[in-house]
Design a protein around this ligand. Sequence first.
Ligand SMILES: Cc1cc2nc3c(=O)[nH]c(=O)nc-3n(C[C@H](O)[C@H](O)[C@H](O)COP(=O)(O)O)c2cc1C
Length: 311
Amino acid sequence: MGPVIRKGKAASGVTIAGLEFKNPVMTASGTFGYGAEFAPYVDLGRLGAIVVKGLSLYPRQGNPGPRIAETPCGMLNAIGLQNVGVDDFIEKKLPLIRGAGTHIIANVFGETVEDYMEVAGRLDRAKGVSAVEVNISCPNVKKGGMVFGTDPQEAFKVVSAVRKSTRLPVITKLSPNVTDIKVMVKAAEDGGTDAVSLINTITGMAIDVDRRRPVLATATGGLSGPAIRPIAVRMVWQAAQAATVPVIGMGGIMTARDALEFIIAGATAVQVGTASFIEPDAAVKVAEGIEEYLSRNAMSIQDLIGSLRVA
Ligand SMILES: Cc1cc2nc3c(=O)[nH]c(=O)nc-3n(C[C@H](O)[C@H](O)[C@H](O)COP(=O)(O)O)c2cc1C
């Protein structure tokens, strides 16, 4: 007899921190705006979740340009967390996607622990937000971000503070710019996180040799896209071995087969980022491809998560 596929729920449905997702595919923060921008091109209701652009306490202009550069199989960005601020998001952006039939996950960012707490606290009172994703891994800002994501004690502090300021499930977004990802997983778990997501972008740089100047105004930026996928798969695999909470994997996912690598490595769900710039409905296509793979192999996603055999 083949594996049993659960009735009444799509074979690719997953549960994270008590939330049921119709499929394991989410959009990655910063690559899908506030969701509504993509509504003309994508049936938002077919996504597992929308993760919105990182939100801070006050609106931010971000970094000066140029702040995006194309690289082989990827891109560098140094947006610097430009966003409308948490209050504007709640008032003007959230109502546009609240009824979209998918979970809305708010990505949060602060320069101080208090900022993170305040933003998460305000989102807690906002109708329609399913969870917060705490970005402790942005490489493109001078203050906050990366400091929290590369020092386990700082990570613990910010995650436990956010945990206390909201009743919503907390997902901690980890940085790949560390030596041992397992230490950061443990710090986030000790802080009370309900899940971890990784990877954020990898610090990179490109130089215009004619001008002998950096391509980006900020000199360095974050590398994303297929170029980083093998690193991301390795880190998700390592994180999943260490984690007791669910892992959400991302980094260079363009197709369903790419996403399957992460799931087989141990991710319960995945996020699609840079691919949405090339094909706005890339995340929906990834979700459909996973569904198709499961039905072709008569498996449920639970059978597939962490099914990697090494040696
Ligand atoms: C233009 C751009 C903006 C991003 N902004 C954010 C952000 O605000 N918060 C965050 O946590 N991650 C942000 N990210 C990181 C992505 O969510 C994702 O972790 C990373 O790009 C790797 O996935 P990908 O290779 O599929 O793009 C951004 C990435 C890009 C390319």
